[in-house]
Ligand binder design. Structure first.
Ligand SMILES: *Cc1c(COP(=O)(O)O)cnc(C)c1O
Length: 376
């Protein structure tokens, strides 16, 4: 057995002729940069998320950087980020011009913890920083507790950016994640729930003023004339070919989310007696970018599974605030993030995981855990 952790080939097989036609169309018209597919995609994504504006861009990281540049944050501004996330969240806070302040996460959802956020706001003030932005990450596909985070943002006059890189397609109480926060950001990296065939990302907002600034920032800070620059910007565009690929993938996306949900349910039903399975809040619909279990003896189980041809991944083995480039930035105590980084193990997860393959994975985990109990 050689089981892929994420099977992008199965998806490609399903839509290969449509994708080839879409790419050929771009080759025919030749508008590789900002071609018609880019604008078509932006409109479709706005409709999909129920948000006024979508700015497609070069990656999920650049989406976050563009958002922070548009907000004109400065080094004296505290940008609150969870410390249990992919590095890009914290990296963007620095590139965007702010100072990241690291916050602990909730042991159930793995997302930013409200109580820890309030501690971090106090800490930032003590350090002479102005509390300015919260970047809430929807880790592994599950939206953060936005009722709580929005209330804290309101109470402390903070701007909310949602990092929906892993949760695109997810929902918080029927609000699509792209419509949450002052600005929402996502990634179209191939392995994300909605991935293209290269790098890509998007910024979403209902703010008419911000979208104008974002459009300018995406192309070197241009003004109304191409060679008139009114601010410092970047090369932040999404390629037309990637937009064409995404338009085809968007057509099957809801069916894929459905499949992910069913696969997650099957994992939970099969594994919950043996390992700690993911907790999803009642009002959250997860995009299931990852299916992540918690257990003490992670390395032993992953070695046993590897023997059986089952790949696993550790997202994330080291929390961001403990990594060298981030050592200088403020943080509150992060016992939950530290515990998670020692216990998480992600299993193969994608919409095309066949039942018999999934049963094989579940059986191997169950047997290993039973064996483990006997030895203990
Ligand atoms: C993947 C990811 C990003 C960055 O997206 P890229 O497109 O790879 O730049 C940002 N935040 C989180 C939480 C991610 O998982």
């Amino acid at each position: 057995m050689n089981i892929p952790f994420i099977d992008l080939n199965a998806q490609q097989e399903r839509i290969r002729p449509q994708v080839e036609r879409a790419i050929t169309k771009v080759l025919d018209h030749g508008a590789y940069i900002m071609g018609p597919e880019v604008f078509e995609l932006e409109q479709e994504l706005s409709d999909y998320c129920g948000v006024k504006h979508t700015l497609s861009c070069s990656s999920g990281t650049d989406a976050l950087v563009l958002a922070l540049l548009a907000l004109e944050v400065s080094k004296s501004d505290a940008i609150f980020v969870p410390t249990f996330t992919f590095a890009a969240t914290a990296e963007a806070a620095v590139f965007g011009g702010g100072t990241p302040v690291f916050v602990d996460v909730d042991p159930g959802t793995f997302n930013i913890c409200g109580k820890s956020l309030i501690d971090a706001i106090q800490l930032a003030k003590c350090r002479g920083l102005t509390p300015r932005v919260v970047v809430a990450v929807d880790l592994f596909g599950q939206p953060a507790d936005y009722d709580l985070i929005e209330q804290i943002c309101l109470d402390h006059n903070l701007i909310l950016i949602s990092d929906a890189a892993q949760s695109f397609g997810g929902k918080w109480k029927n609000r699509n994640v792209g419509s949450i926060g002052h600005i929402a950001c996502t990634s179209f990296f191939p392995a994300k729930p909605l991935g293209c065939y290269g790098d890509g990302g998007a910024v979403f907002t209902n703010d008419d003023r911000l979208i104008e600034i974002l459009r300018s920032l995406r192309v070197h800070g241009q003004g109304t004339d191409k060679y008139q620059n009114i601010r410092i910007g970047m090369t932040g565009r999404l390629d037309t070919i990637q937009a064409a690929v995404l338009l085809e993938k968007l057509k099957i996306f809801d069916a894929e989310l459905d499949a992910r949900q069913k696969i997650a349910e099957r994992y939970t039903a099969g594994l919950r007696e043996y390992v700690e399975t993911p907790f999803v809040m009642d009002c959250a619909y997860s995009a299931w970018a990852q299916y992540t279990i918690l257990l003490e003896n992670r390395d032993k189980l992953s070695a046993i599974l590897k023997e059986a041809g089952i790949p696993t991944m550790i997202y994330y083995p080291q929390i961001i605030r403990e990594q060298k480039p981030y050592a200088e930035y403020p943080f509150v105590k992060t016992p939950v993030a530290n515990m998670l980084s020692a216990k998480v193990l992600s299993l193969p997860m994608h919409p095309y995981l066949a039942h018999d393959t999934q049963n094989y994975i579940i059986d191997n985990i169950v047997n290993a855990m039973k064996e483990d109990k006997r030895c203990a």
